[in-house]
Structures are given as structure tokens and as C-alpha cells.
Design a protein around this ligand. Structure first.
Ligand code: T5A
Length: 214
């Protein structure tokens, strides 16, 4: 149950290049046009301290980071983001629309880097507890298509985009496993369509699930 003044927390997840940033922006515009107060944010990042951690995660020093260190850093950034941006905005009645959240750590570090679901769940319980998104949109598409889109946009890629194909396949399987385990929270949307078709599907599903007119 939500108290009348609390906003809603909407997260977007998916493989590289699935169109999250595009769809987050379109959905935020749609929600604002419907008269909702919206905060658009992202992970890793979303507040100054978490943005600094993002720099370390996406551009680590030579020698890299261990999978456990990566997961710890994502959760440190998340704790900052929750306390400084997400929770205050929800308390003020904003809809917080977030480009990636905790499911990304489970999919990328837990499944992709094979840290294991148990380790990520333990961190999640410690840092996030019972807090969860009201709805999570998982944009799903073949790995090849997503990586091709990401590469067309920035050929050099970030450190995750440069990881091998099997890694990205495990990430995609991880997201689909999360969706199966949390059917009330997660909706899987076929993202291998035009931006407009994906945006329509996202808008209709969120409106239906959360009982709002968008
Ligand atoms: N990460 C993150 C972890 O490992 N663990 C964690 O816990 C968290 C939170 C973040 C990286 O960190 C990792 C995951 C990521 O690798 P990022 O720079 O924020 O890095 O990158 P991503 O979240 O992956 O986002 P991208 O910007 O790479 O991709 P998006 O947001 O999925 O896609 P988008 O919208 O930018 O679109 C990509 C391209 O495709 C086009 C767009 O115009 C753009 O050029 N496009 C379409 N083309 C055709 N048809 C459509 N329907 C299209 N939609 C978009």
C-alpha cells in the first residue's frame, strides 16, 4: 500500500543498447504531460557521490576490479542514490524514473560476471532491504542487435560493452530469470521494434499495472 502522497518508483532495465535511455526519456515526458511530477535519474549515478563512483566503475584503473568489488561499488553508489535522490523525491510525491537499478547488479555482476545470486542478494538485503520498484520495465532483445546499436553510437564502447558475447548472454538470461521470479513487479517488453512501438507498449503496461491514465 502507498500512502496518498508517496510517488512511484519506476525502473528500466535491459541489455546493452536495448534503448533504456531512449525509453526512460520518452516515458518521463509522457508522465509529465499527464500531470505527474517526475524525477529522471540513472544508475550507477544519480547524485554527486554516486556519479564519482560511476567514473571508477565505467573507467577502472589498469588491473580492473574484482567482481565482488564491482558489486560493492554499485551498492555503495545505490545507497547514496537512495538516500540523496530517490527516497526524498518519493516522499515529496515525485514519480522517480530510473535508468537501471538493483536488477542490473544481479544480472551483470551476479549472472554476467558469475559472482552468484546469493552474494548479490546478501548485499541487496543489507543496503536496500525491502525497498523495491513499483514497476520494472525489462527491455529485452537479442544480444547481437543491442550490441550493434551501442556500437553504432560509440564504437569504442565502455568496459561492460567490451566484454564477450557469453557474458552478455548470461546478463540477458539473468534479467529474464529476475522477471520470472518477480512477475508482479516486472514487465518484459520486446525492444526489437521501433522506438514508438516500444514506447506505446511501455506506456500501456505501466498505466495498466499502476492504475493511472497516461
Ligand atoms: N551496470 C550498471 C552494472 O554492471 N551493474 C549495475 O548495478 C548497474 C546499475 C552503465 C553500465 O553499467 C553496468 C551496465 C552498463 O554496462 P551506461 O553508459 O549507463 O553504463 O550504459 P547502459 O545503461 O547500458 O545504456 P546505453 O546507453 O548503452 O544503452 P541504452 O540506454 O539501453 O540504449 P539507448 O537508449 O542509449 O540507445 C542505444 C542506441 O540505439 C538507438 C539510440 O538512438 C542509440 O543510438 N535506439 C534504437 N534504434 C533502433 N530502434 C529502437 N527502438 C531504438 N531505441 C534506441
Amino acid at each position: 500500500m502507498h500512502c496518498a502522497s508517496r510517488g512511484r518508483f519506476v525502473t528500466f532495465e535491459g541489455v546493452e543498447g536495448a534503448g533504456k535511455s531512449t525509453q526512460v526519456r520518452i516515458f518521463a515526458e509522457t508522465a509529465e504531460a499527464a500531470g505527474l511530477k517526475v524525477v529522471l535519474t540513472r544508475e550507477p549515478g544519480g547524485c554527486e557521490s554516486a556519479e564519482r563512483i560511476r567514473e571508477l566503475l565505467l573507467h577502472p584503473p589498469a588491473g580492473g576490479l574484482s567482481p565482488l568489488s564491482e558489486a560493492l561499488l554499485h551498492y555503495a553508489a545505490r545507497r547514496e542514490h537512495l538516500g540523496k535522490t530517490i527516497e526524498p523525491a518519493l516522499a515529496e510525491g515525485y514519480w522517480v524514473v530510473c535508468d537501471r537499478f538493483a536488477d542490473s547488479t544481479m544480472a551483470y555482476q551476479g549472472y554476467g560476471l558469475e559472482l552468484g545470486a546469493g552474494v548479490v542478494s546478501a548485499l541487496h538485503d543489507l543496503v536496500v532491504g525491502d525497498f523495491a520498484a513499483d514497476i520494472t520495465v525489462i527491455l529485452d532483445m537479442p544480444i547481437e542487435t543491442g550490441l550493434a546499436r551501442a556500437k553504432a553510437r560509440s564504437p569504442e564502447g565502455d568496459r561492460y560493452e567490451r566484454l564477450d558475447f557469453d557474458f552478455h548472454r548470461r546478463v540477458r538470461d539473468g534479467f529474464l530469470e529476475i522477471a520470472r521470479a518477480h512477475p508482479a513487479r516486472c514487465i518484459v517488453i520486446d525492444a526489437d521494434r521501433t522506438q514508438e512501438a516500444v514506447a506505446d507498449a511501455v506506456r500501456m503496461e505501466i498505466a495498466r499495472r499502476l492504475g493511472v491514465t497516461l
